[in-house]
Write a protein that binds this ligand. Structure first.
Ligand code: CP
Ligand code: NVA
Length: 301
């Protein structure tokens, strides 16, 4: 089994991952050593930069008794043109699972097609399933579940927005997305998500509309990795799509402010809100470790 996108999972699968992640987090906090992945090796192939994803996956493996091998696409033969299908088949002869971070989603689909071991999406231009699963863990720790919650997405209709859309469809919570014209999530993708759930997943015109009565306020950078050349033009287009204290004041009391990080202060989120009492960004980042342990155990044992 692979984990390429949120919709590869059922609500039950996610429930199982959450339960295991909570248990593993508790054991780690108590200092109980784990060895469920003793002797197993995780390969990581990254074509883009990373701090959280790389370190949390590597630490997860070490803490479960396993090991990791990290290669950056550009330093390996893939960067010199060796076909993905050859790399995938070779890597699968060495390692027990692969985490791939790359640009186009078809690249990771090709790894998955040719790999005999599970492939985990460590971020593509389309999806970031490990991040949103960790974010759901962060919400569930506070609220017990996502049932009845109103979630807002403010900013780019990017890989993280897509992951939230899929997650809203699988778990069935309401999601309002405020994105500037030209940067909306794909319409067909939205339609498919809505068809899969009774919950409402809708694009609204303004940030204020999305934030009103929200229990969770979410944002991400205006220019994702690979879009650096568009930064200037995006700063102009996204000017009104910022999470700041006046937007936060429209949300429900105690609303959780989320950001997958890295953050650009005073662009998509103000310093005041990012460092303020509603922000749960450090818990989100920590939960990558616990959730990914649950993912690795599920795929490898
Ligand atoms: N949120 C996230 O995936 O961070 P990195 O890019 O540092 O891995
Ligand atoms: N949307 C961002 C997420 C980074 C974790 C990017 O793709 O760069």
């Amino acid at each position: 089994m692979n984990l390429l996108k949120v919709s590869d999972l059922t609500k039950n699968d996610i429930g199982g991952l959450l339960e295991r992640a909570v248990r593993l987090k508790g054991l780690q906090k108590k200092g109980v050593p784990q060895s469920s992945l003793l002797g197993r090796v995780l390969g990581l192939i990254f074509d883009k930069s990373s701090t959280r994803t790389r370190v949390s996956f590597e630490t997860a493996m070490f803490q479960l008794g396993g090991n990791t091998i990290f290669i950056s696409g550009k330093d390996s033969q893939v960067g010199r043109g060796e076909p993905i299908r050859d790399t995938a088949r070779v890597m699968a002869r060495y390692v027990d699972a692969l985490v791939v971070r790359t640009f186009g989603h078809p690249v990771i689909e090709e790894y998955a097609k040719y790999s005999d071991v599970p492939v985990i999406n460590g971020l593509t231009d389309k999806d970031h399933p490990c991040q949103v699963l960790s974010d759901i863990l962060t919400i569930v720790e506070r609220h017990g579940s996502t049932d009845g919650l109103q979630v807002a997405w403010v900013g780019d209709g990017n890989n993280m927005a897509n992951s939230w859309i899929e997650m809203a469809a699988v778990l069935g919570f309401n999601l309002k997305l405020a994105c500037p014209a030209g940067y909306l999530p794909d319409e067909t993708f939205l339609k498919e998500a809505n068809a899969a759930t009774e919950a409402s997943i809708e694009v609204v015109e303004t940030v204020e509309e999305a934030a009103e009565h929200a229990d969770v306020l979410n944002t991400d950078v205006w220019a994702s990795m690979g879009q650096e050349a568009e930064s200037e033009e995006r700063i102009k287009a996204f000017e009104k799509f910022q999470i700041n204290s006046s937007v936060l004041s429209l949300a429900n009391k105690g609303a959780m402010v989320m950001h997958c990080l890295p953050a650009h202060r005073e662009e998509e989120i103000t310093e005041e809100v990012l460092e303020g009492p509603n922000s749960v960004v450090w818990d989100q980042a920590e939960n990558r470790l616990h959730m990914q342990k649950a993912i690795l155990e599920t795929l490898l044992t």
